[in-house]
Design a protein around this ligand. Structure first.
Ligand SMILES: [Zn+2]
Length: 254
């Protein structure tokens, strides 16, 4: 049993008994990890009271047989906006749940960790209208990291380069574009224009710092949001329960 230090984000928490909380962390050093925050419910005076969903800290943890125990916390970013506003909370919950489902216990993934840190930080600082953009970017990057990004330039059936001028059928089941020669009406597909393909390419491959919500029209964003969600479900069986809540909130706002 050993003590170790790691940065981590709080994915979720449950009340445990009278005064403790059970928290799920995504750590830089050990991937997903469950820990007990003793006395976390006794008010904000306790340092453990800082351990709230979507917050980001440096922890010193003691690894017990099954659960870790928090020895020390130093906050890096509280990301408060993500807990104080229902819209923000809905989006951040979906991001956290994707990581909770995709992240492995006891296995560090620096890229996944960094993606989570950046997206939650961006969301906490974003305007309300930018939240869907950041969720979409997150999903495109998640698909890339998990090895199932949509294939855009080559036909997923024959492997030939696809002419993307005009409209190109993109199939979730096949994993990307289908060229004219291979296309038949039995394929389930969505048509993507050249602009839409470019946008999908950009959110997948560009550095997050190089991307701005204003570069993408609402229609294009909506389309990429849908296709990335479908890819995550079909290829990785990743369908957060919190998506239902987000869909409800989005309907109410429209
Ligand atoms: Zn083909």
């Amino acid at each position: 049993m050993a003590t170790f230090e790691t940065e981590a984000l709080v994915l979720k928490q449950f009340d445990l008994g009278e005064s403790d909380r059970l928290i799920t962390l995504y750590t830089r050093e050990k991937g997903k990890l469950k820990a007990v925050a003793r006395g976390a419910r006794k008010g904000n005076k306790s340092r453990s009271g800082l351990v709230l969903p979507f917050s980001y800290h440096n922890f010193i943890l003691y690894q017990g047989k099954s659960l870790a125990k928090i020895n020390h916390i130093e906050s890096i970013a509280m990301n408060s906006k993500l807990r104080e506003d229902l819209d923000y909370m809905a989006y951040a919950s979906v991001v956290s749940e994707y990581i909770e489902r995709a992240g492995l216990e006891d296995e560090a993934d620096q890229a996944l960790f960094s993606l989570l840190v950046i997206i939650l930080e961006k969301m906490a600082q974003a305007d309300r209208e930018e939240l869907l953009f950041y969720l979409t970017v997150f999903k495109a990057k998640l698909l890339l990291l998990l090895g199932v990004k949509p294939e855009i330039e080559s036909c997923t059936v024959c492997g030939e380069k696809v002419n993307l001028n005009g409209s190109t059928p993109l199939s979730v089941e096949e994993g990307g574009s289908i060229c004219k020669n291979c296309f038949n009406n039995n394929n389930k597909y969505t048509l993507f224009s050249l602009n839409e393909m470019r946008a999908l390419y950009k959110v997948t491959f560009a550095e997050i710092s190089q991307l701005k919500a204003a570069q993408f029209s609402a229609n294009i964003l909506e389309k990429i949001n849908e296709i990335t969600e479908k890819f995550l479900i079909y290829h990785l069986d990743l369908k957060p329960k919190s998506l239902t809540f987000l869909h409800t909130i989005r309907k109410m706002n429209n």
